[in-house]
Design a protein around this ligand. Structure first.
Ligand SMILES: [Zn+2]
Length: 119
């Protein structure tokens, strides 16, 4: 191979490398733009879900195809509430019936809202 040809070959490979890295930058930008749009879609979906669930909660109303999901969410919410109460018990605290604040078991009144606490 002549020196001239070797030079050509290297510059050819160099160009390919530059093109490849340019493509990589472009692909990264495109993928990140897709990710950004997907994130927007995701949060809008959550927003729709919250609207649907709030309506279900307030009026026990939902489209038939999402009613079962609403009921399942309600079950999860109830379970979360139970688990939170268990945490309060484990921490030897109680929950204020007035404002929901976690208060010391020995308190007679809620320090946040003043509600009288049951023993
Ligand atoms: Zn309170």
């Amino acid at each position: 191979m002549s020196i001239k040809k070797v030079g050509k070959k290297i510059s050819g490979a160099g160009k390919a490398a530059i093109k490849a890295s340019g493509d990589l930058v472009q692909l990264t930008k495109l993928n990140s733009a897709i990710k950004s749009e997907e994130n927007k879609v995701e949060s809008l979906m959550v927003e729709i879900g919250n609207v649907v669930y709030d309506k279900y909660k307030e009026r026990n109303e939902a489209e038939p195809d999402v009613f079962v999901s609403c009921e399942a969410i309600k079950k999860c919410m109830d379970k979360i509430e139970d688990l939170k109460l268990k945490i309060i018990e484990v921490k030897d605290m109680k929950k204020c019936p007035g404002c929901g604040e976690e208060v010391d078991k020995d308190n007679t009144f809620c320090p946040k809202c003043g509600t009288k606490l049951a023993d």
